[in-house]
Design a protein around this ligand. Structure first.
Ligand SMILES: Cc1cc2nc3c(=O)[nH]c(=O)nc-3n(C[C@H](O)[C@H](O)[C@H](O)COP(=O)(O)O)c2cc1C
Length: 307
């Protein structure tokens, strides 16, 4: 089949189309200066932690660019990102000339603390590895949803909070989530997920995972939306497992970057700048999935050399 020239041609076409779609999305315009501010500040935090490992010229350039951007965008002062970048610059300026490293805990964090200080002190012992591994072992994709099941808004918030704690390149935190519960909309949305079109509409909600494509402006970033959201989705899946919810991941691969048709986008109120990378079917478990085989660490872990 792979040798079939038609199949090969259609694959090449899909690839070229996917690249072209991503290119168009990324260059849709719109200022992404807040992203540049976030990136510059993010790099300065690394310099604060390892001051000796960066060249003087890079430090000066980053510092200068960030300072200029902050001056030019004073109108954003209300944004937590802006405040954070300003705090980073203040700490950085206060430390210039000193060789001493900063500890990660001394670097200003954004907005409200993400964990309460009490917990932060104990953070390394919060979850026992055996419990965490057990949660990971138990996590399964569920494709059997209880009829009429409902996901409460508290549950949805907990799931999204778990997702938003995931790592993201340059700490972009690019994710947006749209929960679709309306039956007619769910049915139309389910049709956009090739691997779930038969059963996704049975789920209590379909959670669209989106990113602001203008956060990924450069060609080398074109696959990062999928990397960033995959990390977030895995967090969400684990949280869902601990809450005994049924979830199945449906992805929109890069070649289908323009997956959501105009009319559906309009009906869901999704601006063109958002790129959907996945659609998660979430519901109550109707039947527990059976076991799946897993490869063992000994089969996949190598030390120093692979062969
Ligand atoms: C990127 C990605 C896309 C997936 N897409 C689908 C899908 O479209 N339909 C589906 O039924 N399962 C989908 N899955 C779930 C996988 O089939 C499932 O994770 C795999 O079979 C292992 O089973 P488990 O999740 O129960 O451990 C997807 C998983 C990933 C990571």
């Amino acid at each position: 089949m792979a040798g079939n020239p038609f199949v090969r041609l259609s694959r090449i076409f899909c690839h070229v189309w996917g690249e072209y779609s991503l290119f168009r999305l990324a260059y849709r315009g719109g200022s992404s200066e807040d992203m540049i501010i976030r990136k510059r500040a993010h790099h300065l935090t690394k310099i604060l932690i390892h001051p000796d490992r960066y060249s003087q010229s890079l430090k000066q350039r980053l510092r200068g660019e960030l300072a200029d951007l902050l001056v030019a965008n004073q109108g954003w002062k209300q944004r937590s990102w802006f405040q954070w970048a300003e705090d980073i610059l203040t700490v950085y300026d206060g430390s210039t000339g000193q060789q001493g490293q900063h500890q990660e805990s001394e670097i200003p964090s954004i907005g409200r603390p993400t964990t309460d200080p009490e917990k932060a002190v104990r953070q390394h012992s919060l979850v026992d590895i055996e419990n965490l591994l057990e949660l990971m072992r138990q996590r399964r994709s569920s494709r059997n949803f209880e009829k009429g099941g409902i996901i409460s808004s508290q549950e949805l918030h907990a799931l999204v909070e778990a997702a938003l704690h995931a790592p993201s390149a340059c700490n972009r935190q690019p994710m947006y989530f749209l929960s679709v519960t309306d039956l007619a909309l769910k049915t139309r949305l389910a049709q956009t997920c090739p691997g779930g079109s038969e059963f996704f509409a049975d789920a209590a909600c379909l959670l669209l995972v989106l990113v602001d494509a203008s956060d990924y402006r450069y060609p080398e970033n074109r696959y990062q939306p999928w990397l960033d959201t995959a990390a977030a989705i895995q967090n969400l899946l684990l949280a869902a497992q601990s809450m005994r919810l049924a979830v199945c991941w449906g992805d929109y691969p890069p070649a289908h970057a323009k997956n959501l048709k105009k009319k559906l986008r309009q009906d869901l109120g999704i601006d063109d700048k958002y790129l959907a990378t996945a659609c998660l079917a979430i519901g109550r478990v109707a039947a527990k999935p059976g076991p799946v085989p897993r490869v063992m660490p000994a089969e996949r872990l190598f030390l120093n050399r692979m062969v």
